[in-house]
Design a protein around this ligand. Structure first.
Ligand SMILES: [Cu+2]
Length: 259
């Protein structure tokens, strides 16, 4: 009974803090639905890696089972089978095959890693993201106009955290900055996270990344993904994707309130 009670409590509290976890989707390898063009590439890399690893695992498991069954010690003949060593073809084989496998993984990982770090330099919206202990400050710049900052404070539900509003179908460049410790900017629906490292030079590539939003309006959870202190778990925010007309309205209302 006490164990069941503890389990029930754990279950209740574990699901309570997981209120922002998107529903898993088998079609995209259990990744959450994504809202960026870059997400397509990540889903493909993820699924490709899983399929390759599972296929390789299947070959290895079948070979192990085969070896166990056909080379088990039989009572009739107790002597050792012939001991083979320095078999050059086999040694070349088991050196080359893993090299090829690692090279294939490396190729796709490097190709997609480079793609994800590409920056066009011509974003429709620029967002400066400042991560601090323990919330976020977002400053958007659109058509040369800088909108008022959106500043948050620690919250236990992302709906109440700072909200970054972005238009759908547009290129958005992020610049990450931290005045204190390392944080990590993570919107699960972007299928992407990037550490926010204090003290990087202004032109350091590690500060920047770019996404192209898909036409999927909605409110998406975001959080800090790097343990950064006592209120790390409450460093929640949201990203709201809206159609262009609604975004223009938002920009207009913000420019008014700036004065
Ligand atoms: Cu943090």
């Amino acid at each position: 009974m006490p164990r069941a009670a503890v389990l029930a409590l754990l279950l209740a509290s574990a699901t309570a803090c997981a209120n922002d976890v998107p529903k898993p989707n088998w079609g995209s390898g259990l990744l959450p639905d994504h809202v960026t063009e870059q997400g397509d590439r990540i889903v493909n890399l993820w699924n490709g890696a899983w399929i390759a690893a599972l296929a390789m695992g299947a070959v290895v498991i079948v070979l192990i089972i085969w070896a166990v069954i056909f080379h088990r010690k039989r009572r009739a003949k107790a002597e050792l089978p012939p001991q083979v060593r320095y078999n050059l073809p086999i040694e070349i084989f088991y050196t080359v095959v893993p090299l090829v496998m690692v090279s294939v993984f490396f190729f796709f990982t490097a190709r997609d890693g480079n793609y994800l770090q590409e920056i066009s330099g011509k974003p429709d919206v620029k967002v400066k993201v400042e991560a601090f202990q323990w919330s976020w400050r977002f400053t958007s710049t659109v058509n040369g106009k800088t909108l008022p900052q959106v500043v948050g404070q620690p919250v236990s539900d992302y709906h109440f955290g700072p909200q970054l509003v972005l238009p759908v179908g547009k290129k958005v460049e992020f610049e990450l900055e931290s005045p204190d410790v390392i944080h990590s900017f993570w919107v699960p629906a972007f299928l992407f996270k990037r550490d926010v490292i204090p003290g990087l030079a202004p032109n350091n590539k590690g500060r920047f990344f770019e996404i192209t939003t898909l036409n999927k309006p909605g409110v998406y959870a975001g959080r800090c993904a790097e343990l950064c202190g006592v209120d790390h778990s409450r460093m929640l925010f949201s990203v709201k994707l809206v159609p262009q007309a609604e975004y223009d309205q938002y920009v207009a209302s913000q420019s008014g309130s700036a004065q």
